[in-house]
Design a binder for this molecule. Structure first.
Ligand SMILES: NC(=O)c1ccc[n+]([C@@H]2O[C@H](COP(=O)([O-])OP(=O)(O)OC[C@H]3O[C@@H](n4cnc5c(N)ncnc54)[C@H](O)[C@@H]3O)[C@@H](O)[C@H]2O)c1
Length: 256
């Protein structure tokens, strides 16, 4: 039974990824800065899970987390993330740095520590959680969008550097997801209605949708897939041309 490390797994999408990983037969290390939350998730998952206090922005904490595992993990999911909403004009350097540290530096530090171990063990899979905000900018998202875009390029670079070690590295870009940090946004039914109206598939996504994509990319079914981004967004990021007005003469071409 291979080990999966899921960062930020104490709640939200990470907790659901941990649950899916157990279902797929992994033993799961539930990492979070919030120990009580990680303990609660691990308790729910039973013998297959262990909780640990790991701050992804802190190298010593990450090293201790990996040292506590009996072997190199087969899967690492860089899910821990945070957002501080607000306009760039008033974004403080501290807030900028905090978001970069967790989202981007955390992804790098955890992946590097994992890859050193996976490389020695003959390979593994890393899945980084980005966002549609890494593909399309969103006003007032502070440093968040920049980190999520950077994760996509970091994913590609890691994939190319570590392919010779047998390590596949891919990213998942969740869209409008009814879970975790977005819960406060969707507490307003009107906002929810307006937002899901922008999604070609017509609904919000779930944490299960994201977790299913992560476990697919981790699996042998994706054994020839690396350096890719899988948007789990109901088509949102491909919808720029959707619903544009066109003259009837154009839409009737071929109608004879
Ligand atoms: N919820 C969404 O709509 C959505 C959409 C796109 C992408 N995402 C991404 O999915 C991931 C999970 O988001 P979520 O909505 O579940 O968020 P969430 O806020 O519910 O959970 C994030 C978890 O990360 C933990 N965390 C924060 N800083 C940490 C650190 N330094 N070290 C370890 N753990 C830390 C938190 O304690 C928390 O348990 C994030 O990367 C987020 O950017 C979420």
């Amino acid at each position: 039974m291979s080990w999966a490390v899921v960062t930020g797994a104490g709640r939200g999408i990470g907790a659901v990824i941990a649950r899916h990983a157990v279902k797929e037969g992994y033993r799961v290390a539930v990492w979070d800065v919030d120990r009580a939350a990680a303990d609660a998730v691990a308790a729910e998952l039973g013998d297959a899970a262990v909780a640990a206090t790991v701050d992804v922005g802190d190298e010593a904490s990450i090293e201790a987390g990996f040292a506590a595992l009996p072997e190199a993990p087969g899967l690492v999911v860089n899910n821990a993330g945070q957002v501080r909403f607000g306009p760039l004009l008033s974004l403080s350097a501290d807030d900028w740095t905090d978001v970069l540290t967790v989202n981007l530096t955390g992804t790098f530090l955890v992946s590097r520590a994992a890859a050193r171990r996976m490389g020695e063990a003959g390979g593994g899979a890393i899945v980084n959680i980005s966002s549609v905000n890494g593909i399309a900018a969103a006003p007032n998202a502070g440093a968040y969008t920049a980190t999520k875009a950077a994760i996509l390029m970091l994913t590609e670079q890691m994939a190319l550097e570590w392919a010779p070690l047998g390590i596949r590295v891919n990213a998942v870009a969740p869209g409008l997801i009814l879970a975790g940090m977005s819960d406060p946004i969707y507490a307003d039914p009107e906002i929810r209605e307006l937002r899901q109206g922008k999604v070609p598939l017509g609904s919000l996504g779930s944490a299960d949708d994201v977790a299913a994509a992560v476990l697919f990319l981790a699996s042998d079914k994706a054994g020839y897939v690396t350096a890719q981004t899988l948007a789990v967004d109901g088509g949102l990021t491909k919808a720029a041309m959707l619903g544009l007005s066109r003259p009837k003469s154009v839409d009737s071409v071929g109608d004879r």
